[in-house]
Design a protein around this ligand. Structure first.
Ligand code: TRP
Length: 341
């Protein structure tokens, strides 16, 4: 059956837990900015604070992380006029539609989610119910806007498939075509930034070692020292991408270089092939400082005025509600929930 036409609309979310890393910037934000600037989509970017509290968050730190993430979005190039930028909890429609989706999603589907299994670990009995239901709320984030495209990392693919399953089951059960089947826009491996200590693990804000990541707030000295100490192998750099197979640490550093320089891996290797890491690492450190310090300086400037950040988030939330509220109202009508005029 042909789907009805939906407005081309991008939605994505980042959790305000811990600080922003180079991984968030290269893997997510840079792409968000491109999609905004392209102009073929309406772009909506959300700080998913309700997702963050599925695991314990210190309240003061959560507040700060939310504002810092907002500052990071803006410093990286998201324009709060051209995009809609807000925090999830200020748009109650997410939680409301999330409840309906809790009633659409099946236990069996949720139990298969690998992120839950990873995050809950061995002690799943003690995980929050929210952590288990997390993907239904994520489906609500997306579908409350009838978003058609969702840029995310590879690790979120399963959640997007679940979002499609939820939309399809809702449409089927209520004999409607109300929700779109959203397209995932999965980032390529090249933009996946790995830990500086272990090339097989994603660079993460929750890694116990701060040396494993570059934080967007790191100064030039910290960046240079982390890159200098990054794990590598003893070989020189290859001249072609194929030479990076089975060399995860080398590949990661070259990927980071290419992403920061906006060049392909092959173009970078054509230039640096044959060099030792002792020579390549300082080049990478210089480039990273060059690209990241304007962003971190701008973040620090924005963070000096938290009231202004809150105003921006509030304005974004108002614009988000203007889209989500009528969609939620229609969903309520479809389900048969009485809404008094
Ligand atoms: N689950 C996503 C992550 O951990 C964050 C997220 C929540 C999200 N809601 C979303 C991403 C909606 C895209 C769309 O990265």
């Amino acid at each position: 059956m042909a789907q009805p036409q939906f407005t081309p609309r991008v939605f994505s979310g980042i959790q305000p837990s811990g600080g922003l890393t180079l991984g968030n910037y290269l893997g997510a934000m840079k792409r968000f900015v491109t999609m905004q600037d392209e102009g073929s989509f309406e772009t909506i970017y959300c700080m998913v604070d309700l997702h963050a509290i599925t695991v314990w968050q210190d309240p003061g730190k959560l507040t700060r992380a939310t504002r810092e993430l907002c500052a990071g979005f803006i410093a990286a190039g998201i324009d709060p006029e051209r995009s809609i930028l807000f925090n999830q909890s200020q748009v109650p429609e997410h939680a409301q539609l999330g409840w309906i989706f809790n009633c659409v999603a099946r236990m069996g589907w949720m139990k298969r989610m690998t992120q839950f299994k990873d995050k809950a670990g061995k002690n799943a009995e003690n995980a929050s119910l929210g952590l288990f239901g997390y993907p239904a709320l994520m489906a609500a984030d997306i579908l409350a806007y009838h978003a058609t495209h969702v840029p995310v990392g590879e690790d979120q693919k399963q959640h997007l498939e679940l979002t499609r399953d939820i939309a399809a089951k809702f449409n089927h059960d209520y004999e409607t075509e109300f929700f779109p089947l959203t397209e995932p826009v999965i980032e390529g491996a090249a933009t996946r930034v790995m830990s500086l200590r272990d090339g097989s693990k994603k660079m993460s804000k929750s890694d116990p070692s701060d040396m494993a990541r570059i934080n967007m707030t790191d100064d030039a000295e910290a960046i240079a020292s982390k890159i200098r100490k990054a794990r590598t192998d003893p070989e020189a750099l290859p001249s072609e991408a194929a030479g990076l197979n089975d060399r995860p640490e080398a590949r990661n550093l070259v990927n980071i270089y290419a992403a920061l320089a906006d060049r392909t891996v092959d173009a970078v290797l054509a230039e640096v092939g044959g060099k030792q890491f002792s020579e390549f690492k300082p080049m990478l450190a210089d480039l990273a400082v060059d690209k990241l310090s304007p962003i971190s300086t701008e973040m620090a400037r924005l963070m000096q005025d938290p009231a202004e950040i809150d105003r921006i988030l509030g304005r974004g939330a108002e614009r988000a509600r203007a889209i989500a509220a009528p969609i939620l109202a229609q969903a309520y009508d479809i389900v048969g929930l009485v809404r008094s005029a």
